[in-house]
Design a protein around this ligand. Structure first.
Ligand SMILES: NC(=O)c1ccc[n+]([C@@H]2O[C@H](COP(=O)([O-])OP(=O)(O)OC[C@H]3O[C@@H](n4cnc5c(N)ncnc54)[C@H](OP(=O)(O)O)[C@@H]3O)[C@@H](O)[C@H]2O)c1
Length: 330
């Protein structure tokens, strides 16, 4: 099979298109013919081994390979078709069109992928192409996790910082589906897209800091590494909730204090990815309440270009790799 691989940490050009042996599913696993995979910021961070949050550099390096990557195929989030199932698999069947997450196993940048049946992989929404569906699990699973933690009530004011990213753009749509009034914060090239998917108000972070307006919110959801903890807390109404997806160690310590000694709640939890959450997203998609936002799709032989576009952030939406395609895609 063809796979985009990397054998050393470095710039996008370390990605190579290679012919390798396809994986064989174990008794509890399914074999998936991958049709599309999202090229994510986390993929780029793993490829280059540069992270905006520094504290997990050492534990992560020990986990993924000290001198070179132990797993040579990136890609956590994908869509595809089940082509074989292990003897003990009952939930999925050959021919199912699925989308989901391969988690820490990664491997979705290859034409075939094996995942345990218990992983968050479910049949894909009937009203979505493979490319659109591959752009949902990362943003959708993280966003639904945090938006549920926020306990949003209809009519509440929600601010999403980093709203134009994969996670933020899903959070905008889920918060709207929960009945919130949403303020989206990002750079101006994302404004049109964010208004199209439901943002009621938009603040361009390159021109002003949202906290400087003196407005307060029931929920602040913040996916921006290095943003000011104090400014986010001061933007909360009484009993407001602050959710931080990219916490520094100091944020984690301060969150415990804020939650214990003030009327505000801070959650810094990492998202759990579950089949139930993915099914909930699928339902929201089939009801027309969430759309997938794909900025551009690239064929496999232009993976380095795809990573460059993710890294330069001149995009409005997800970057997708059309797996199996070597000819030009849009
Ligand atoms: N907690 C978890 O479970 C979890 C899970 C997955 C990922 N993450 C982390 O969460 C982060 C976001 O993920 P993502 O995939 O959504 O990233 P992404 O697609 O790159 O989105 C980040 C967005 O934030 C915007 N931004 C940058 N600086 C900003 C600022 N100062 N104020 C407001 N917006 C700003 C970026 O816009 P520009 O174009 O202007 O840069 C971009 O639109 C990543 O660092 C990732 O590693 C956490």
């Amino acid at each position: 099979m063809k796979a985009i691989t990397y054998s050393r940490y470095g710039p996008p050009d370390v990605l190579e298109l290679e012919e390798i042996e396809p994986p064989v599913p174990g008794e509890d696993e399914v074999l998936i013919h991958v049709r599309a995979a999202e090229a994510t910021k986390a993929d780029c961070e793993l490829r280059s081994f540069r992270f905006s949050v520094k504290w997990f550099w050492l534990p992560l390096r020990l986990a993924v390979g000290v001198t070179r990557p132990r797993r040579r195929i990136l890609g956590d989030y994908f869509s595809g078709v089940v082509t074989a199932v292990g003897r003990r698999v009952t939930r999925l069947a050959v021919g199912d069109e699925v989308f989901g997450s391969a988690g820490f196993r990664r491997g979705a940048y290859g034409e075939y992928l094996t995942v345990p049946e218990k992983y968050p992989v479910v049949t894909k929404p009937s009203n979505m192409s493979f490319e659109d569906a591959a752009a949902v699990p990362l943003g959708g699973l993280n966003a639904i996790h945090f938006m549920r933690l926020a306990g949003i009530q209809p009519g509440e004011r929600v601010l999403i910082n980093g709203a134009g990213g994969s996670i933020g753009a899903h959070a905008v749509q889920i918060a709207k589906a929960f009945g919130a009034e949403v303020t989206a914060v990002d750079s101006s090239i994302k404004e049109r897209m964010l208004r199209r998917i439901g943002a009621d108000r938009f603040i361009d972070y390159t021109k002003e800091h949202f906290a400087a307006r003196g407005e307060t919110y029931d929920v602040v959801f913040d996916m921006v590494a290095g943003s000011s903890y104090g400014q986010c807390i001061s933007s909360l109404k009484p009993r407001g909730r602050y959710l931080k997806g990219n916490p520094r160690l100091s944020d984690m310590l301060r969150s415990a204090w804020t939650t214990r000694f003030t009327d505000k709640t801070v959650r810094v939890a990492f998202a759990r990815e579950t089949q139930e959450a993915l099914d909930a997203l699928k339902q929201l998609i089939e009801e027309g309440r969430i759309v997938s936002i794909v900025d551009r799709a690239y064929p496999m032989n232009r993976a380095a270009e795809a990573h460059r576009r993710v890294e330069t952030e001149q995009r409005a939406g997800a970057i997708v790799l059309a797996i199996g395609e070597e000819a030009a895609v849009s």
